[in-house]
Design a binder for this molecule. Structure first.
Ligand code: NAI
Ligand code: 15L
Length: 281
């Protein structure tokens, strides 16, 4: 276990599923947290934590909240597919406010990106190669597009301003896998906590992107920058195969692509019947 960070850490999205879990677990590691969300924090406040209710649209508020912080864990915003206009404010403008605050504080940003930034890559079959983290963005909706934008924002702020950032391309972070796809994409809560610890406490990160899934033999994903922050996942979805391995959608679009059900939302291209129908991809 690494030493707790010496400076406070700001956590956006603190009232969300992952935010609540991180608040509890990181406080348990002795971290001093500033929590924020547009929604009220539903749990008792952990020790050394303060909560401020705020919209990510409030750029000045975020600047104030980030004062003195060494890292910003950015988990707030729209977390599922939504219309373009709904995603835009929180996930694009809000992210810009987070990066401006990080720039002023010389803080590191830990960004909760998503597999949906690359969701239209096909799932590898048999011995087909797994994709590396520098693969092309292939967002599977407006939400995934906002995550691709978020990763690129990190690229820009590192290249131009030296703002370090670690982008977690999260698969499916839930207490347990609930369907066959998650045998590939599942990230356990404990692996996310360890990943967050590594991302914040690593001496240097630069701009890096991590496939944030557990040590799943069926993972779709190959190389990334985890060595830079010293993270290795310790859990595996494989133990759940007997329970969820048969739970599939029966929809050929969903089953073909890594992003699963998100790829089929408002999908108008026609049925993919054979791989060669997509020769021009
Ligand atoms: P969640 O929806 O439970 O949490 C997001 C939080 O952001 C909510 O508490 C919400 O109130 C807050 N929020 C929304 N709009 C806001 C605004 N305008 N201003 C301030 N706060 C706002 O989502 P979850 O599952 O906790 O995910 C956290 C992050 O991780 C999200 O960014 C999500 O995109 C990302 N992620 C999560 C995955 C998962 O499997 N849970 C997978 C991939 C990415
Ligand atoms: C995500 O990005 C979502 O935030 C989460 O709710 C899941 O849908 C996850 O991706 C997934 O792909 O399973």
């Amino acid at each position: 276990m690494a030493e707790a960070p010496t400076k406070p850490v700001l956590l956006t999205g603190a009232a969300g599923n992952l935010g609540r879990m991180l608040a509890r677990e990181l406080a348990g590691l002795g971290w001093t947290l500033r929590l924020t969300d547009i929604a009220p924090f539903p749990d008792p406040l952990p020790p050394r934590a303060a909560f401020t209710r705020m919209d990510l649209a409030d750029g000045v508020g975020l600047l104030r909240l980030a004062e003195g912080c060494g890292a910003i864990l950015h988990f707030g915003g729209i977390s599922v597919e939504q219309p373009f206009g709904t995603v835009l404010g929180p996930n694009v403008q809000g992210l810009y406010h987070v990066y401006e605050a990080a720039r002023r504080e010389k803080a590191r940003v830990i960004f909760a990106s998503s597999n949906h930034s690359i969701g239209f890559h096909e799932r590898p079959q048999g011995n087909e190669a797994k994709i590396d983290v520098d693969c092309a963005f292939r967002p599977d909706g407006y939400y995934g597009l906002s995550k691709a934008y978020g990763e690129l924002m990190g690229r820009l702020y590192w290249d131009k301003h030296g703002v370090e950032n670690v982008n977690f391309r999260i698969g499916s972070c839930f207490p347990e896998p609930t369907e066959a796809r998650m045998l590939s994409t599942w990230l356990s809560f404990a692996d996310l906590v360890r990943l967050t610890e590594c991302a914040v406490t690593a001496p240097r990160s630069g701009h890096c992107v991590i496939w944030a899934c557990s040590d799943n033999p069926a993972s779709f994903w190959g190389r990334d920058h985890r060595d830079r922050i010293g993270w290795q996942p310790q859990d595996s979805a494989e133990a759940y195969r007997a329970r969820v391995g048969q739970i599939t959608s029966g929809n050929p679009v969903i089953e073909r692509y890594q992003g699963g059900s998100y790829t089929a939302i408002d999908y108008t291209r026609g049925k993919p019947s054979a791989r060669d129908a997509f020769d021009l991809d």
